[in-house]
Design a protein around this ligand. Structure first.
Ligand SMILES: Cc1cc2nc3c(=O)[nH]c(=O)nc-3n(C[C@H](O)[C@H](O)[C@H](O)COP(=O)(O)OP(=O)(O)OC[C@H]3O[C@@H](n4cnc5c(N)ncnc54)[C@H](O)[C@@H]3O)c2cc1C
Length: 699
């Protein structure tokens, strides 16, 4: 609906946001393009531009009603978009990376989400060539749409506690899938509610009355033509959620549903139809690999996830002005940009530093994963089965050191990076004041959609137990006198040697000293926890908080180390100018020192630093770094290179036209303003005139 001309003629009071943001950019000489290319590569940036143009030219991807749609419209729109994305993938012959880039730009969970990720991946990784032909090929062509049904109403982290059964039937060589209790209902399953016609169902394999643990079975759940549920299948959407409402997370109950022998995914383990015996997994390493890959991907994405919030908040804080500086001369005019307030800087700039720390950590994590995959293919190192999303028996880590290290690293970093991103987004939202609470701000929905990452692929608190278990095991090996064979055992050995010499750690002089302080703290906490467990014989449960602290400390060490290593690379010197390199070093110190100060008690009690050093870390170093980084903040977020279309945020507009955009969305796009209601309590009439469709038909 168009507002009257006198409204159209109004402008924000000067200075204009566009001028403020322009002036802000001029405060720094940091090269945005070079930094973007260094972070993502030129090729990836050009790819994004190309795909963005395609998406923007399609009506179905118009985002102007995104924040107004209710659940059903949201889902329908997401379905239409998911279908179109798939059509475009075929039309333009998009690779997986190109398809993922399009998904990122659209930025909403879609009903094919679990089909494209977990369903295809599980079939690929756990199916035999025969099963690939039967299930994977139609799935890859989207003739069959699937999901991954593991979690149940009664069990999530404890996968071994799943109740759904798959009972082998030797007479006709079939399995009977069954949900014996209400709590056996599959729950939370993405794409299952309304979209999927197939599911990989994780069920307890039962042969001749004996249970062999959870295994994957392909089960058709809906008719391929009518899309109605099949006989014995009760399936549906689980209802509205905190976020993620464009996705149909579903429930599934199975009543003695018969599936053929071929439907048990049999790459690793199977039932021999002749002997009716269970065939044990020969090498579960690749199953393990998939889980590690999923967690590594979460680590890789976390920097960008947080950077969206930081971009919006920093841009808004450059345009938003409140009060005059208390110490400004009495004749000074104009208000102060909120980014000038140290309290705003203290909330936002360490998060800006964290985006880069996580970015480099994600790249290092992926590198480690790929290196290990290569080694695993060449050796039979993979003896670690991870059928468990959290706590589990000690023998989980009976595999090679290589694999155990990778596993612990991916668990710890997944937990730390997703927690940092999720909590950081909320800090960014609040830093935008009241407008941060508006959907138009662009952080709220993004935050709500991201939150489940802290729970899935291993609840973050549960994962900390796996990290602690690995660290204790490594510490035991070092105490036994085993030679160090990876970074973890090296820092433990170094710690023991220095401690024997009675040397507390000397720190903070250089960047390398900072990394060493983090290594010292994680080593100290590990040997403390080991003493509690092995010497004092404390129960596992009584140590869970210590384990969580230990896992966090170790992961923070890894993040600091990865950031440090990235800044030592030759390509940095080659690709970036001295201003940008200098700012990156400052961001490193800000991330490390700010973390050190937040976790001060552990750094102090482990003798990694002195009390005086902790005091100086904040009062001098951190505050000085905030001042030095502040002029570059806007250009640093620009380097993350988010198109406005992707951010879909009034507050985060690159051109600074915050107020114009807020007003436009509220007055011209908001369908609620199309309702003329009857305000009187005695009248039964609710709506006198409904013109809400006119707001939508403008599209
Ligand atoms: C949006 C969304 C989408 C999802 N999509 C899918 C999907 O497609 N397919 C699928 O299979 N699943 C899916 N899930 C489920 C998800 O994987 C589980 O929610 C997750 O594994 C956690 O399990 P849970 O919910 O049962 O938590 P629980 O295991 O019940 O945990 C509850 C609390 O208890 C604590 N706790 C539990 N056990 C211990 C212990 N031993 N020691 C200490 N603390 C403990 C946990 O830390 C947590 O705080 C999805 C979930 C969400 C929110």
């Amino acid at each position: 609906m168009s507002p009257p001309q006198w409204v159209k003629d109004l402008k924000p009071a000067p200075p204009q946001g566009s001028d403020l943001i322009q002036a802000e950019r001029e405060k720094s000489k940091l090269s945005v393009d070079k930094l973007s290319n260094f972070l993502f590569t030129k090729q990836v940036i050009e790819r994004q531009e190309r795909i963005l143009k395609i998406l923007q030219s399609e009506k179905v991807f118009d985002k102007s009603q995104n924040y107004f749609d209710g659940r059903i419209d949201k889902f329908k729109t997401a379905l239409a978009r998911a279908k179109r994305l798939r059509q475009l993938q075929v039309k333009h012959n998009w690779s997986r990376d190109e398809y993922m880039c399009a998904n990122d730009l659209v930025s909403e969970p879609g009903p094919y989400g679990l089909h494209a990720s977990m369903y295809l991946t599980t079939l690929r990784d756990q199916g035999t060539p025969e099963q690939h032909k039967l299930f994977l090929q139609p799935a890859e062509n989207y003739r069959a749409i699937g999901c991954y049904a593991q979690t149940e109403l009664g069990h999530g982290s404890n996968v071994r506690g799943l109740e759904t059964t798959a009972t082998w039937n030797p007479e006709d060589k079939t399995f009977i899938l069954h949900s014996p209790h209400l709590t056996a209902s599959k729950w939370w399953i993405g794409s299952l509610g309304r979209t999927a016609n197939h599911a990989v169902v994780m069920a307890q394999l039962v042969i001749d009355g004996k249970t062999y643990g959870p295994h994957p079975f392909v089960c058709q759940i809906r008719d391929m033509k009518t899309h109605e549920p099949l006989e014995g299948v009760h399936v549906g959407d689980i209802g509205p959620k905190f976020g993620y409402n464009s996705m149909d997370n579903g429930f599934l109950l199975l009543n003695k549903v018969k599936i053929p022998h071929i439907n048990m995914l049999a790459k690793f383990s199977s039932v021999d139809p002749e002997s009716n015996k269970y065939v044990k997994p020969s090498s579960p390493s690749l199953v393990y690999g998939t889980l590690t890959w999923v967690r590594s991907t979460i680590v890789l994405q976390s920097g960008g996830v947080l950077a969206r919030g930081v971009t919006i908040a920093v841009r808004y804080a450059s345009v938003r002005r409140q009060f005059q500086d208390r110490d400004a001369p009495s004749d000074a005019d104009g208000e102060n940009q909120v980014l000038n307030y140290t309290m705003v800087q203290f909330r936002l700039l360490p998060l800006l530093a964290a985006t880069f720390a996580l970015h480099f950590t994600g790249k290092a994590m992926m590198g480690l994963y790929e290196e290990n995959q290569k080694k695993m293919i060449n050796s039979d190192a993979g003896k670690v089965a991870d059928t468990n999303r959290g706590a589990g028996p000690e023998e989980i880590h009976s595999g090679s050191d290589l694999l155990a290290d990778l596993h612990a690293t991916s668990c710890g970093l997944k937990a730390l990076s997703s927690t940092t991103a999720a909590e950081g987004l909320e800090v960014c939202r609040r830093a935008c004041g009241g407008h941060g609470y508006s959907s138009f701000g662009g952080i709220g929905a993004w935050y709500a959609d991201y939150l489940p990452t802290c729970s899935w692929e291993g609840d973050n608190f549960m994962l900390s137990q796996q990290v602690a278990r690995y660290l204790l095991k490594s510490a035991r090996a070092v105490l036994k006198g085993n030679a160090p064979n990876n970074d973890t055992t090296k820092i433990f050995t170094n710690f023991l040697q220095k401690q024997d010499m009675g040397a507390a750690h000397d720190v903070l002089g250089s960047d390398a000293d900072l990394v060493a302080a983090f290594a010292w703290r994680t080593s100290f906490l590990t040997f403390e926890a080991l003493k509690h467990r092995d010497v004092e014989k404390n129960s596992w449960n009584s140590l869970l908080v210590d384990f969580w602290r230990l896992s966090t400390a170790h992961s923070q060490y890894l993040v600091v180390k990865n950031f440090y290593d990235a800044l030592q690379s030759d390509s940095l010197q080659y690709e970036l100018d001295s201003t940008t390199i200098d700012v990156l070093h400052k961001l490193f110190r800000l991330y490390a020192l700010n973390t050190l100060e937040k976790e001060a008690s552990e750094f102090y009690s482990s003798s990694a630093v002195t009390v005086r050093q902790i005091q100086l870390a904040r009062t001098k170093s951190v505050m000085k770094l905030l001042e030095e980084i502040r002029p570059h903040a806007l250009r640093l977020v620009d380097a993350w290179n988010f198109p406005d279309w992707q951010l879909d945020s009034s507050l985060g507009r690159k051109d600074g036209k915050v107020y114009e955009d807020m007003f436009h969305r509220a007055s011209e796009l908001n369908p609620l303003n199309g309702l003329t209601i009857d305000p009187y309590p005695d009248s039964d009439v609710l709506v006198k005139k409904d013109e809400s469709e006119r707001f939508k038909s403008k599209l």
